[in-house]
Write a protein that binds this ligand. Structure first.
Ligand code: ADP
Length: 203
């Protein structure tokens, strides 16, 4: 019987699924849509409405927001400058992994500091980070006050509240500026969807 040589030291070259292959399967590209803006400017509303629209169109989406991040992954973080920065860094890192997994990811955090947003942008490849500025005048946001936070901040119950006692550094070169005090929610979603279509993320 012929001796069959059994190889030793063989290396199993597992085929690594690439991001392009994931995109091919899903029929869309992935990116991180990063909403920023004052409290009450419409970030959560838009992130969720955008996800709803994209889901209806058959795309694979996920929203990272305060509830699913602050309670779990970032449950150990408070609201000091250091912790806010770390909060944003971890969100960006998780977003990056999800983008690699082929998902259209939306994040809805005030993210008031330019430097932190820039760091988040720098973590991702060119074209993977889309900054959406939910832009509304402070008095409109305060009037809306969906969570009653402005009222509490004015009463001095919330220290360092963005727009009242802590600065909001507006983006100067966001990919998309949505004037949520001039458009309704469906129009605002239309604007973002049109951008994603024009840039070829979705069909
Ligand atoms: P944020 O997440 O920025 O704190 P929310 O989404 O919780 O803000 O609240 C925004 C409020 O503004 C909601 O009550 C929403 O219905 C209202 N709103 C009015 N017009 C718009 C718009 N074009 N886009 C988003 N929200 C809007």
């Amino acid at each position: 019987m012929a001796e069959t040589k059994k190889s030793t030291n063989t290396v199993w070259h597992a085929h690594t699924i690439t991001r392009d292959e994931r995109a091919e399967l899903k029929k869309h590209k992935s990116c991180l849509v990063w909403f920023t803006g004052l409290s009450g400017s419409g970030k959560s509303t838009l992130a969720n409405a955008l996800e709803d629209r994209l889901y209806q169109m058959g795309y694979h989406t996920y929203v990272l927001d305060g509830d699913n991040v602050r309670h779990g992954l970032n449950g150990d973080l408070g609201f000091s400058d250091e912790d806010r920065t770390e909060n944003i860094r971890r969100i960006a890192e998780v977003g990056k992994l999800m983008v690699d997994a082929g998902i259209l990811v939306m994040t809805a955090f005030i993210s008031p500091f330019k430097e932190d947003r820039q760091k988040a942008r720098d973590l991702l490849a060119e074209g993977d980070f889309i900054e959406v500025y939910a832009c509304a005048e402070l008095d409109v946001c305060e009037e809306r006050d969906p969570k009653g936070l402005y009222k509490k901040a004015r009463a001095g119950e919330i220290p360092e509240f963005t727009g009242i006692s802590s600065p909001y550094e507006a983006p100067e070169a966001a990919e998309i500026v949505v004037h949520t005090d001039q458009k309704d929610v469906p129009q605002s979603v239309d604007q973002i969807v049109e951008y994603l279509q024009q840039k070829g993320y979705i069909g």
